[in-house]
Unconditional design. Sequence first.
Length: 178
Amino acid sequence: MRIIGGSRAGLRLHPPAALPVRPTTDMAKEALFNVLQHRMDFEQIKALDLFSGTGGMAFEMASRGAASVLAVDIHFKCVQYINATAKNLELSAIKAIKTDVLKFISNCKDEFDFIFIDPPYDLPQLPQLPARIVTQGMLKPGAIMVLEHSSTRSMGIQPNLVETRKYGYSSFSFYQIH
């Protein structure tokens, strides 16, 4: 796992093997950020990484200049790894918190410029996550949200869905609030 772009581009990250995660592949992450760099400026944004796991997306956003990146995961070891690595890399924009993501969404009062969601592919509530986030008012006008999901799982017709891009077993569905 590596950071693709920004101030820490090329840096390899070595999360513990025992973490209960399925990290986004470097190939898929690079493809995602190639799309995003033409749609938004990461400098000084407020970003949210839900089901953050190893924090690969949080590190990528902070490396590209995000003002703040909140990483949310239910697993203590994941949160511990993200916070320790952010400190070691001097990426002070990153803060990881341990909480249930579905409860976090229900209680969140903040707005974000960019939200990345990478839930377990078999999460029953996965198709409803984008609508729940929009309804909760978590996206600023013009904000982009990306949901990573299995390419075999249909998200159905959803409001604010702009497009879905497939990268092997993983797909990214892009949502935008206007």
